[in-house]
Design a protein around this ligand. Structure first.
Ligand code: FES
Length: 272
């Protein structure tokens, strides 16, 4: 599933009653942004090809069945899109409940607190509580589940006896990978492919077992083809992939954009 290709022909449609004209091939999500409507999203970014996996950006389109993902649906002439209908708001809340059910509830002590898209989206869809049993990321050392608000870290010695336990990968000198916080949005994998062209990462497993893998026998980033460019860290919406400096000294309070000096292409990077 890729980003719809823009061909340049203008297409006029309405989104939540607002008329907008965009080039043919533009996604409904990007057309909505043109009129100031930010559709909730987790797997889509402004720079990566759309993937359509998180299902948070669903919308209703008059005359069409179902609730398509706005990030992978191209605009069409005369289309009437609704991004805030009762039906899509209910779907989004349900999707967020599922994400949160398999995510540590340690926001207040998490190094990404205040800089986490999962946290932002939970707020955006109005999620206040979730009804589901905690997934494996909430298991304690005895195989039971941690209560809401329990901030015990999964890296404790006790967790290592739990067959569900997967330790954080701290092998890379610049960043760490904590699978307990991963929502498997695929953004890191796509950034590695599309931004860096390295193809060092992949997703393995299904359901609760699905996780990002560096694909090595040692299964760590240092032994993989990773070149430590940081594209995956930039793309990560949670604290799964984080610079070690952020984990150790906190989130940055400023950023600068710098241009790589090693060749004539002129790639720019944001440094924080
Ligand atoms: Fe569209 Fe994830 S943002 S499916």
């Amino acid at each position: 599933m890729g980003t719809p290709a823009k061909t340049g022909e203008p297409v006029t449609l309405t989104i939540d009653g607002f008329e907008v004209t965009v080039p043919e091939g533009t996604s409904v999500m990007r057309a909505a942004a043109e009129v100031g409507i930010q559709v909730p999203k987790l797997c889509a970014t402004d720079s990566l090809d759309a993937f359509g996996s998180c299902r948070l950006c669903v919308v209703e389109i008059e005359g069409r069945r179902g609730t398509p993902a706005s990030c992978t649906t191209p605009v069409a002439p005369g289309m009437a899109v609704h991004t805030q209908s009762k039906k899509v708001r209910k779907i989004r809340t349900g999707v967020m409940e599922l994400y949160i059910s398999d995510h540590p509830l340690d926001c207040l002590t998490c190094s990404a607190n205040g800089d986490c898209e999962l946290q932002d989206m939970a707020g955006a869809v109005g999620l206040r509580d979730q009804r589901y049993e905690a997934g494996r990321n909430h298991y304690d050392a005895k195989g039971g589940t941690l209560a809401q608000g329990d901030t015990r870290a999964r890296v404790s010695e006790g967790d290592k006896g739990n067959p569900e336990y997967i330790p954080a990968d701290t092998s890379n000198p610049y960043f760490s990978y904590d699978p307990s916080k991963c929502i498997v949005c695929n953004r890191c994998v796509r950034a590695c492919e599309e931004v860096q062209g390295t193809f060092a990462l992949t997703i393995e497993g299904r359901g609760f077992e699905s996780r990002v893998s560096a694909g090595t026998a040692e299964d760590d980033f240092l032994a993989s083809d990773c070149v430590s460019c940081g594209a995956c860290v930039q793309a990560c919406p949670t604290a799964t992939l984080q610079e070690k400096s952020v984990i150790e000294i906190g989130t940055p309070n400023r950023s600068v954009v710098t241009t790589c000096a090693y060749c004539g292409v002129g790639c720019s990077f944001k440094a924080e």
